[in-house]
Design a binder for this molecule. Structure first.
Ligand code: NAD
Length: 358
């Protein structure tokens, strides 16, 4: 069932609702507004899987002490060109900007900087962080994992061994143009898309999930177990797994996300689960920030934009089709939704209202 009822919410109204929920849940006004801003930012770019649909889960985690309000990261190690940070399970929307800003400052001074972040609370849509760096004229590359969050089977396997491990590359834009932004999960679909499908939303693409017997599936119960309408969706209850995209290639990128964002940051890999149970998850993010000004690439943003235009000029493979470059779809959706509001599934909207009422 692809056509579900939606409720169109103006951005300002949604922002007031979400900020209020986090203030009542125990965040100060600034942090509550920041969390709201980043979650709504994901909806604005069309990534509803990482938007306000997450609010009930975040509030639950805050109540359970799995994510903490008001944290700042500790510096574990540092040089002119790298910093290792421990996010101490603070909200990703709070830890993320601090980590990125450190990377930006060091990259501007030295040409490049690596930021290895461990133990961040859920850090949301990774494109946010590349956009922050691009706004300062920097290229950035991010590899992400979720410690204790295994949910994806490796290519050729059935059992969960990876998290949805996104990777992201952001390239600054010329003034007034959209930046180039590649940002995707290495699972065939992000977990949030299974969440959306489980609420009657857009059906999953074929082969998104794998059951314990090795059969491919599009049934969200493969991941969440028996579904109760409006009930919680917990991947701990399902016996199956998500699959990686691109066969051995996507699986290989997911593997390296674990090595870089899990092992090298010190935050840990997505599995094995301690005591065999999912408990507290944390994002690890291994980020590389590069300042084109230090690379002698004259007119870098202009040349990148010219190349993007050349790529787009490839003849469409289907009548009426077009070639999109990375980030183009998100930029378009943002313009549309800023103007017309954010369409939320009724299930998501009702869950937010009941969160606000509690
Ligand atoms: P997706 O499958 O929608 O892919 C998005 C990427 O593909 C973008 O770069 C987009 O510009 C590009 N794209 C889309 N359509 C295109 C087309 N027709 N032609 C060319 N390029 C096109 O993204 P996803 O895998 O569903 O990921 C969704 C979000 O989830 C991402 O923002 C990611 O960072 C986030 N995520 C976060 C975590 C976490 O632990 N924090 C985990 C997984 C995913």
């Amino acid at each position: 069932m692809d056509q579900v009822q939606t409720h169109l919410v103006p951005v300002d109204e949604l922002d007031r609702l979400i900020t209020g929920i986090f203030e009542r849940a125990g965040c100060d006004a600034v942090e509550a507004a920041r969390i709201s801003h980043h979650l709504i930012g994901a909806n604005l770019t069309g990534h509803d899987s990482h938007g306000v649909i997450r609010v009930p889960r975040y509030v639950q985690w805050l109540g359970e002490g799995k994510v903490l309000a008001g944290q700042t990261p500790d510096v574990v190690a540092e040089s002119a060109t790298h910093v290792v940070l421990d996010g101490k399970f603070g909200f990703g929307q709070t830890i993320g900007p601090i980590a990125v800003d450190l990377g930006i400052a060091k990259a501007k001074a030295s040409g490049m900087c690596i930021v290895a972040l461990r133990n961040s609370g859920h850090i949301g849509r990774i494109g946010d962080w590349a956009e922050r760096a691009a706004a300062e004229g920097l290229v950035s590359i991010h590899f992400v994992n979720v410690s204790q969050g295994e949910i994806v089977a490796p290519f050729g396997g059935v059992d969960r061994r990876f998290s949805t491990n996104p990777m992201c590359v952001g390239v600054p834009a010329l003034d007034g143009q959209d930046m180039l932004l590649l940002d995707f999960a290495t699972s065939l679909v992000a977990e949030g898309k299974v969440l959306v499908a489980s609420n009657g939303g857009k059906a999953l693409p074929a082969g998104s999930l794998i059951a314990p017997d090795g059969m491919h599936s599009t049934d969200p119960e493969t991941l969440y177990g028996k579904l109760v309408p409006s009930g919680p969706r917990d991947p701990a209850n399902g016996a199956g797994a998500l699959r990686t995209f691109g066969d051995h290639k996507g699986s290989g990128i997911a593997f390296m996300c674990e090595i870089l964002a899990g092992v090298l940051t010190g935050g840990g890999t997505s599995g094995p689960l301690t005591g065999g149970k999912r408990s507290r998850i944390g994002n690890g993010m291994f980020s590389i920030y590069l300042d084109p000004a230090h690379f002698g690439a004259e007119g870098f943003a202009r040349q990148a934009a010219e190349y993007a235009a050349y790529v787009k000029s490839s003849r469409p493979s289907e009548p009426g089709g077009e070639v999109l470059v990375p980030g183009e779809r998100e930029a378009r959706t943002r313009r549309e939704r800023l103007e017309g509001g954010i369409p939320l599934q009724l299930e998501t909207w009702n869950a937010l209202l009941s969160c606000a009422a509690n």
